[in-house]
Design a protein around this ligand. Structure first.
Ligand SMILES: [Zn+2]
Length: 313
């Protein structure tokens, strides 16, 4: 079994950014990569370049009409793709395609047996819906990977695990009634934070009832609350026997993030990554794709993502 982690870094991903003054204007990829090199993690991974997604690939999740609208508005370069969080800027369409295409490159390499673990720091755009942008997210790379697993690779039972401080609504609602999408999400309570969803009573619809686990934490919660919630995530995964894991490890739950109010430390990310890798090894042939997700403090995201990568290697 090939175990070297495939890591995706490159300019087309760095261009997934918004104008000055926006929380997502900072060079997140560089902050992560500088810290990873400081920790010598770069020598323990295989670094690969991004690639773009084709229209057909985007259509695995998004509507044609939405894709056209994004391209037109980004080319015009003004206004917003949503209600005011996600500006339509020139180059964003191509950058969104790079995020989605890179995730598919990672998936294809895992399915071809090149590795079992991949990490894409600029990725995990979990708020995008099939027909709308939201919360800085244009194309939902995670949902495109899930659809591709089913349609192209015939892998049905997929686990989606999300520790970004925001609820992964774009994935949750797209698969709410899908009994083979095992969902577990620890986030700040939606009564206090965007997108306002992910309540504990949201456990899946119809035949999927019980396959979704939403664990909201109150503002101010730290590692103690996270570790307790994480045990429930692992129980949920063990009960539901997935074949493949997607891990959105947003770093915006760390203490001091400018957009949210949890007080995690990178120990939370390390613990989650360590136990999730172990579970993947035992139950999924090791197959795990990790995505950086949110994180708007450069020091925090470098520390959180490197904690995850360290456990993965
Ligand atoms: Zn977030």
């Amino acid at each position: 079994m090939a175990t070297e982690v495939l890591l995706y870094i490159g300019e087309p991903l760095a261009k997934y950014r918004f104008p000055d003054g926006h929380p997502f204007s900072i060079d997140r990829q560089r902050a992560f990569w500088d810290e990873a090199r400081k920790q010598n993690l770069d020598r323990r991974v295989q670094v690969l370049p991004p690639r773009g997604a084709s229209l057909d690939e985007l259509l695995r999740f998004h509507t044609g009409r939405y894709i056209q609208t994004v391209e037109a508005r980004c080319n015009a370069g003004n206004g917003y793709l949503d209600y005011g969080d996600t500006p339509a800027v020139r180059g964003l369409f191509e950058a969104g395609c790079a995020v989605a295409g890179t995730a598919l490159d990672a998936l294809e390499r895992i399915m071809a047996g090149a590795s079992v673990r991949t990490f894409q720091p600029v990725g995990g755009l979990h708020h995008a819906r099939a027909d709308s942008a939201g919360g800085f997210c244009v194309f939902n790379d995670l949902a495109i990977v899930i659809r591709s697993l089913r349609e192209i690779h015939r892998v049905r039972r997929v686990a989606y695990v999300d520790i970004d401080v925001h609820h992964g609504d774009g994935v949750f609602y797209a698969f709410e009634d899908d009994p083979d999408l095992i969902f577990a999400d620890i986030h700040e309570d939606g009564r206090y934070l965007y997108p306002g969803t992910g309540h504990a009573h949201e456990t899946g619809a119809g035949a999927a009832a019980g396959t979704k686990l939403n664990l909201p934490l109150l503002p101010g919660a730290g590692d103690r609350e996270f570790f307790a919630a994480w045990e429930r995530v692992l129980d949920h995964l063990r009960r539901n026997r997935p074949e493949f894991i997607l891990f959105q490890c947003g770093a915006d739950g760390l203490r001091g993030d400018p957009l949210a109010h949890l007080r995690l430390t990178p120990a939370a990310h390390a613990h989650a990554a360590r136990t999730l890798c172990r579970f993947a090894d035992e139950s999924c042939g090791g197959r795990l794709m990790a995505f950086g997700g949110g994180g708007y403090d450069l020091k925090n995201l470098a520390a959180g993502w490197c904690a995850v990568l360290r456990e993965m290697v």
